[in-house]
Design a protein around this ligand. Structure first.
Ligand code: ASN
Length: 226
């Protein structure tokens, strides 16, 4: 069964048939599950200007979700904490766990629209490629990270997470395989690569281009699904 972190002060309002807890269940919104693995998006530093030397994977899934209440206007979200590590510590066992749980809790659940995986960026493209190959349904699987830790000024994680959930909940994102959503760009997991170790504008499909982009948190795809 999934590891679902309970919150002591604010009880979940809905538990689905797989045991996933939701902080809201608005029947007119789609449902998305966020699988948190760690990385800089969950990173923490004692300095608000530090974008290196911080601790990756320090903040839990509920803190990430709580930082972006706008998510709940887009989707009902459940959170599963797969791990909380820097992506250099993502193992084959963790990859298999992600793929199995996405197949079980998202693909096999007709009430679930899509999946978001929060991940460190160093091996994000490898995990995205793996999930593209091993998740067996047309529902969007969105891999997202951040280049600045959650404690930094202008941390990119919260907006990236909002955009990732928005794409995961979007019918126009179906049947496109896994995708990386960061910095307003929607990039195919098959072609994406990290092009810069430090800047926020780093995930690109250099030869193939982006599948789409987000403007004011609305996804626009350049091409129909193949
Ligand atoms: N930006 C990041 O997430 C880098 C971090 N070292 C990681 O891959 O977990």
């Amino acid at each position: 069964s999934p590891i679902v972190y309970p919150r002591a002060d604010d009880p979940f309002v809905f538990t689905n048939s797989n045991g996933l807890n939701f902080t809201q269940m608005n029947a007119s919104l789609p449902n998305v599950t966020i699988f948190a693995t760690g990385g800089t998006i969950a990173g923490s530093s004692s300095s608000s200007t530090a974008t290196t030397g911080y601790t990756a994977g320090a903040v839990g899934i509920l803190t990430l979700i709580d930082a972006v209440p706008e998510i709940l206007n887009i989707s009902n979200v459940a959170g599963i904490q797969i791990s909380n590590v820097g992506s250099e510590d993502v193992t084959s066992a963790l990859l298999l766990k992600m793929a199995k749980q996405i197949n079980e809790y998202v693909c096999n659940d007709p009430t679930m629209a899509g999946a978001v995986v929060t991940h460190g960026t160093d091996v994000l493209e490898e995990t995205a490629f793996f999930l593209d190959a091993t998740v067996n349904c047309g529902k969007p699987v969105i891999i997202v990270g951040a280049m600045r830790p959650s404690t930094a000024i202008s941390a990119d994680g919260p907006f990236n997470l909002l955009e990732a959930v928005t794409v995961a909940a979007s019918p126009s994102a179906r049947d496109r395989g896994a995708m990386v959503v960061m910095n307003d760009r929607i990039v195919s997991a098959y072609y994406v690569t990290k092009t810069n170790a430090n800047t926020m504008d780093t995930f690109k499909a250099v030869e193939m281009g982006n599948l789409g982009e987000l403007i004011s948190n609305t996804p626009y795809f350049f091409y129909p699904p193949i």
